[in-house]
Design a protein around this ligand. Sequence first.
Ligand SMILES: [Zn+2]
Length: 255
Amino acid sequence: MYIDTHAHLNSPALNNKLEEVIKEAQDNQVKLFIVPGFDYETSVKALELAHKYPFVYAAIGYHPTEIKGYTEKEYKWLEDHINDDKVVAIGEIGYDFYWDTTTKEEQTEAFIRQIEIAKKANKPLIIHSRDAIQLTLDTLKETKASTIGGVMHAYSGSLEMAPLFINENFYLGIGGPVTFKNAKEIKKVVENIDLKYLLSETDSPYLTPHPYRGTENGPKYIPLIVNEIVSIKGINQEETEKVLLENAKKLFKLE
Ligand SMILES: [Zn+2]
């Protein structure tokens, strides 16, 4: 059985077909889901889904491009819900300089504030980092985020940088891009980094793996990602499945 450690079942795009998406995933042995929020509404929704389904866990948090205009109210909501039994992490939070809806200062403030909330509750982080890999590492170090650890969701840094995140107690989230023919660096990461530091994730409905690119992604495609890891590393399928599940259970303290 598999886990999808990053499935946006809270995406408004899935509102009308959520049962179907879950069923298709279960038919493909994907039986556990972590649903990260990216803004206030999707964090509320993630928590709602986690309370509705025993096999869904929530992460709550605000993505760096979504924090514009957020006030005490939104952060208070995080503080009020971080200790919920079904909230397993704060996320997704971090930096994104691909879009320019928020400034570096705004992103830094929101990122650090949410790291502090997670530290207080002793829950790990789900990190989004786009065009900001070094700054992300610097911030994790400065805030001593290693005390809680987490995952570099959709890891897109170099092989050289991977151990630096692992040193800070971060796993590397491996998703659809590992199946892309031209994704040489992430294939190198998977080949060279020990399986015990990797997590399986889809980021659905985004980042659809090969050969379904151009269509909507779903947690049902986790086996494609795991198979790619198996083939790159040349290791045993069942063992890989087992270790990836154990990694997630350990990080997110799932029972
Ligand atoms: Zn995401």
